[in-house]
Design a protein around this ligand. Structure first.
Ligand code: ZN
Length: 491
């Protein structure tokens, strides 16, 4: 095992060094550094890929003599990584990155001018290459399985599809009710509470204070500014987050900080014995998102949370929040408004935006929808699910960058994260019956300890489905999330 461990440590070090360069690129690097930085990152990533797919890895895996369960997991998962990394021929990788380069520019132009047809041929090419990619990776039922598996190992398209169908059946009529019911907690909030003047420094300090209270360890992390908030890991002992603050709107900076801190706490909680191995990482994007969404929504948008923090919030923002009660704040941060744009969507309607993309991606790969018909297929779903129809393609099918980057199979992980977070939060409640009392008292240690024990510590040793089965007694299901939103949004 010693030789394998050493070899994997070198690969992990190179990847983490690349992550430092990428973090710097998004935070402090002057504009002029872009070209050389891109080359440096590419060099390190290629080096790490070559090392992983080298004969040396093969030899080290064959020579390894696992003595513990952890050793077994390491050998099993690294073998799987190597297999995935070697299955895609380099010509295909090059063709994809070339197609993405063209598609990204075309998408930007098409969105600015509202002309989907100029983007359509590029999307067609991306879909063709994604199909080739899926064929190269291999799959059980349908090509979408292979693409989903990149981000969500062991999750099957048919299971996601069945779960989403159950969710849609409940959610579409419920959203309609909430949107029409003027007395629902999602409708009665005075919208101007969270719009006003929220000074930059006060937002920065208040957000970080709550993140620290949650358990984000700032001796092993830090927060900086970036245009698009993210979290990144250089080691279990150095996990960083970024935020973006808007002085006229409270939500993006504050909930962004809680969200990214949720991601970061996951990585800080991984078993130190996995340090410098590829297993010291979140097990899937969906599970990662479940951690960020739980702290952001289930905790940060709950009434007990605001009962605890409202005095501090009033003190931090005396101008904007002086006369605001916990109840008013709770309503303001949970306001529901069906909207056209995914990134502006509220907690209740967000999953519908994701399910729409999942359906269309799957239909594109299966050839069930012609690329030219995509705008109307999109708009029809928006109208029947959310009751609003985009007036332009920029507000509809052209709004996201993901497809131009070739990232098909990525969107579902956002909704999976929401569903998993509700499953885990319910399971936690059984083990920690005073959960909400703790939140009201600002005591988050019992919550974090439960997550550490059941989710974080495993790193990639257990898949998302295995973690759900062990903690909730079932794989992915929609019912807990439906119960959660119905409790929240029914007056
Ligand atoms: Zn996230």
């Amino acid at each position: 095992m010693h030789e394998l461990r050493n070899h994997l440590a070198r690969i992990t070090d190179i990847n983490h060094a690349a992550a430092v360069l990428e973090w710097d690129q998004e935070t402090y690097m002057p504009e002029g550094g872009a070209a050389s930085r891109a080359r440096q990152v590419a060099t390190l990533r290629t080096l790490a890929h070559e090392l992983l797919t080298s004969r040396e890895t093969e030899r080290a895996l064959d020579a390894a003599r696992p003595e513990t369960d952890m050793d077994d997991d390491l050998v099993r998962i690294v073998r799987r990584d190597v297999k995935k990394a070697t299955r895609v021929p380099s010509e295909l990788v090059n063709a994809m990155s070339e197609a993405q380069g063209h598609a990204k520019g075309a998408w930007q132009k098409a969105r600015a001018t509202n002309t989907f047809r100029t983007f359509a041929p590029h999307l067609e090419r991306i879909v063709d290459l994604s199909l080739e990619h899926a064929e190269a990776l291999g799959y059980e039922d349908e090509p979408y399985d292979a693409l989903l598996d990149i981000h969500e190992p062991d999750m099957k398209t048919r299971d996601v599809s069945a779960t989403f169908a159950a969710l849609k059946k409940e959610l579409v009529p419920f959203v309609r009710d909430v949107a029409q019911d003027a007395a629902s907690p999602g409708k009665t909030a005075p919208i101007d509470i969270v719009h006003g003047h929220f000074p930059h420094q006060a937002q920065w300090e208040f957000g970080l204070r709550v993140a620290r209270d949650f358990g984000y360890d700032l001796t092993r992390g830090r927060q900086d500014h970036s245009a698009h908030p993210f979290s990144t890991t250089f080691s279990i002992d150095d996990v960083r987050i970024t935020t973006r603050i808007d002085e006229s709107f409270f939500n993006p900076g504050f909930f962004g900080t809680l969200h990214e801190a949720g991601h970061a706490m996951y990585e800080q909680g991984i078993d130190p014995a996995l340090e410098r191995t590829p297993l010291a990482d979140g097990t899937s994007l969906g599970m990662h998102e479940s951690q960020s969404r739980m702290w952001e929504n289930q905790v940060g948008r709950s009434l007990p949370f605001w009962e605890h923090y409202m005095p501090a919030a009033r003190e931090a923002f005396p101008g904007a929040l002086a006369d605001v009660s916990a109840e008013m704040m709770y309503r303001a941060v949970n306001r529901v408004e069906p909207s056209l744009i995914r990134v502006e969507a509220d907690e209740l309607t967000y999953n519908l935006h994701i399910m729409l993309r999942f359906e269309l991606e799957r239909a594109m790969l299966a050839g069930d929808v012609a690329i030219g018909d995509l705008p109307s297929a999109w708009n029809d779903r928006m109208e029947s699910w959310l009751g609003i129809r985009p007036g332009t393609d920029a507000e509809g099918v052209l709004q996201d960058i993901h497809w131009s980057l070739g990232a098909l199979g990525y969107f579902p992980t956002y909704a999976l994260g929401n569903l998993m977070s509700a499953q885990l939060f319910e399971a936690m409640h059984r083990d920690v019956p005073d959960r909400d009392v703790h939140i009201r008292n600002g005591e988050f240690a019992p919550i974090l300890a439960w997550l550490r024990r059941n989710v974080h510590v495993w790193g990639r040793r257990r898949s998302a489905v295995e973690i759900l089965e062990a903690t909730c007694g079932t794989g992915l299901v929609a019912a807990p999330w439906i119960r959660y939103v119905k409790a929240k949004y029914t007056s």
